[in-house]
Design a binder for this molecule. Structure first.
Ligand code: HEC
Length: 162
């Protein structure tokens, strides 16, 4: 066998072994791992921390009149509420969807209108309205000590809000 053929056969052998090993691994992994989508459920507290960050970013987006970013952050907050409904429909025996409807119907729609109208004064006012509605729900569930307000410093400095 010439040198080239020898090298080629070594590579072929290595490749077949590796391919077999990786096949075994995937087959094994398929059997062992449970379906994560069926077992992981985010808690309300986890969803709320995401909402909290968006709430703070929303404020700075509005202050900077960055209306596209403001709209985006508000939509993310609404997605958080959707997750809460989906994953924790009966939190502490109280239907979460009903409580969410209270905040989305009036306070959030006022904020949406302010963003749409690019009206900074209305934005500030309706932002406080939303924060009050956050707190109303916290109180209903016995978490009156979780009190939401206007942020006083930028939540993150690696993102531009203006
Ligand atoms: C539908 C009711 C409801 C609404 C509306 C609501 N929350 Fe909450 N929030 C809760 C509940 C219940 C908890 C406690 C969760 C737990 O114990 O797991 C909570 C917890 C929190 C926490 C504490 C999270 C932590 O682990 O430190 C923050 C922050 C928070 N909410 C922010 C907000 C903000 C901001 C809004 C409004 C944009 C809001 N929430 C609207 C029900 C609500």
């Amino acid at each position: 066998m010439n040198f080239f053929l020898k090298v080629l056969s070594v590579f072929l052998l290595l490749y077949t072994n590796l391919a077999q090993a990786s096949h075994d691994e995937t087959a094994g992994a398929k059997q062992k791992l449970p379906d994560v989508s069926q077992t992981y459920t985010p808690g309300i507290g986890e969803i709320m921390v995401g909402i909290q960050i968006r709430h703070a970013k929303l404020w700075y987006a509005g202050l900077a009149r960055n209306w596209r970013l403001a709209k985006y952050e508000l939509d993310e907050i609404l997605e958080g509420f959707e997750d809460a409904k989906k994953y924790q429909p009966d939190f502490k025996g109280k239907p979460i969807a009903e409580m969410i409807a209270l905040i989305t119907s009036d306070p959030i729609s006022k904020l949406e209108q302010a963003i749409e109208a690019k009206d900074k004064a209305a934005f500030k006012k309706s932002f406080d309205g939303v924060s009050n509605a956050c707190n109303a729900c916290h109180t209903t569930y016995g978490y009156d000590f979780i009190s939401i307000q206007r942020p006083t410093t930028l939540p993150l400095t690696n993102q531009r809000f203006n």
